[in-house]
Design a protein around this ligand. Structure first.
Ligand SMILES: [Zn+2]
Length: 110
């Protein structure tokens, strides 16, 4: 498991309900971003899904996008609370950003 940063912020309205989270991989470090405008339950499922991508090494492979999404969903569904707690020990920084993205995906601080 690789270390990661975790960011909660409001996604742009146009993609709310379609995209719940995202993970970026840059310079050997992951940044997981979760849409804070969603319910706690959805945020938790999304967190599990994004951590599954990291755990399963999806960013280091050239697998088909549909195949990795299905694999991450399956892994996330079966993830126990113990495993989630364990994976969270690899979280270096956790930030709640207040603000939102505008339609051009620029972050507007509140
Ligand atoms: Zn995914």
């Amino acid at each position: 498991m690789t270390h990661f940063d975790l960011i909660f912020l409001q996604f742009p309205e146009e993609i709310q309900g379609e995209v719940f989270g995202a993970t970026q991989y840059k310079g050997d470090h992951y940044t997981v971003t979760i849409d804070s405008s969603q319910s706690e339950e959805i945020q938790r499922q999304t967190l599990k899904h994004e951590l599954s991508h990291i755990k399963l090494g999806h960013f280091e492979s050239d697998l088909d996008i549909r195949a990795v999404e299905a694999e991450a969903d399956l892994y996330a569904d079966q993830m126990s609370e113990e495993e989630l707690s364990y994976l969270m020990t690899f979280c270096d920084r956790r930030k709640e950003l207040s603000g939102h993205y505008d339609s051009e995906l620029r972050f507007i601080p509140a």
